[in-house]
Write a protein that binds this ligand. Sequence first.
Ligand code: GLN
Length: 544
Amino acid sequence: MITRTKYIFVTGGVTSSLGKGIIAASLAKLLQAQGYRTTIQKLDPYINVDPGTLNPYEHGECYVTDDGAETDLDLGHYERFLNVPTSQANNVTTGRIYQSVIEKERRGEFLGKTVQVIPHITDEIKDRIQILGKSGDYDIVITEIGGTVGDIESLPYIESVRQLQWELGDENAIVIHLTLVPYLSAAGELKTKPTQHSVKTLMESGVRANVLVCRTEHELSDSLRIKLARFCNVKREAVIQSIDASTIYDVPNMMLDEGLDKVVLNQLGLESNRPNLTRWNEFLIRHKNPKSEVTIGLIGKYVELQDSYKSILEAFIHAGAENEVKVNVESIHSEYINADNVKLKLSHLDGVLVAPGFGERGIEGKIDAVKYVREQNIPFLGICLGMQMAVIEFARNVLGLTNANSTEMDANTGEPVINLMEAQKNIINKGGTMRLGAWDCELLNDSIVSQVYEDDIIKERHRHRYEFNNDYKEQIESAGMKATGLNPKTGLVEIVEIPEHPWFVGVQYHPEYKSTVSNPHPLFVAFIAAALKCSIVKKSASMA
Ligand code: GLN
């Protein structure tokens, strides 16, 4: 093992959305598969203290870690690729950096000095970068810098990289610059100029890229690679092509073929070996060779954007591979579901997932959807708000409590079957104040979940303010919906099931955050298995 932590910075140029997170995660996978303990960190240049207050339309899903950090969705990719949990230290925003510098200033820690971007903000950034390295847990820390070089808001980060490269030395800190090599169809050519300019912009800040990863839609020719190397001050083998992939899970192998791991390890003065990707490649084979397929309805209100339910979609991919099933996900906007069209929209589905969410919009459509799948015996998985909707639907339509609701949607509802948690009642600030992170949950014997998890106590991640109202528990249970998972300390209902139904499970937590390539989440695996059964039953019924 190496004695000194090595740092790899990943910067982006030319445009956003090039997939820095996937490149960082793929490289980390290759390093991890050679025995290097590797972690990835994301630095985000916006002023929000964390993405918890961001609308998913702005920034995609908010990912939650075991320690309750509300983070950028790239951390989900890091966990899914590496199968190692991340934490608060893995995601830092400008807002958090400034907040902590300002708090130090208020405590008088700067001893009368003028507090400035350089050195105080950059020192804080450098400390945050090195926290993971100094923990002793990692040989290599990959730090992804959000945004694009040249952005005003990225400057303090780029300056911190410059300082660290200088302080730590070339063998201990390197920079990978991810750029775009666009194809101009009118000219029939790939163009290198944007990359040249982007590398120049980086150099204006005193940072030299050691490796170029070039996103492209067409193969980079040898002469083009030589040209890029010459203009951008990198070795020929350090020009890495990243061509469009059919799945993000192909990218580690593509980077291996391009030799990204070798170039990086070489520049860091580390030995490179053949990575052991056996488990990874087994997953890919199953993922690419499904024996059957199912169609799952994902019912939510951010369906136009793939990123809003990122972890759920990825968990379906892991669970599909585990079952050797292709999972077709049909996104259905809950605002457009009603009692009249619900059959038309859902009857062909083999399973329905009602998504997490906040606020009133689209709620009644979710309830109509739950009613339909409950009555039609279609497998159902409700996550967080989805679980709460299942409870409301059951209370309204089975118990006959027609006014049943969550106090989130109707503060004065006569039947608050979902209620604000006691601990939430006096909270005014919105940021970082939900019930967050991993909490214990005790599973009841003879339930679906105890079979699925093969355990009595599980730990899952949360992000909510409302909960199942235990005043209704007896009534709901005696009518056939069982609380099969409880928080052992507070009795908070974490899981509901309907034993009479083929597969109906609602969970207050977010299983999707913990699904990884090497550890597909058992609940998703079981849900897809139930959907497969449902599709077989449907097929034989239609043939009869
Ligand atoms: N809005 C609900 C609550 O706060 C559900 C949250 C969620 O789905 N993440 O309890």
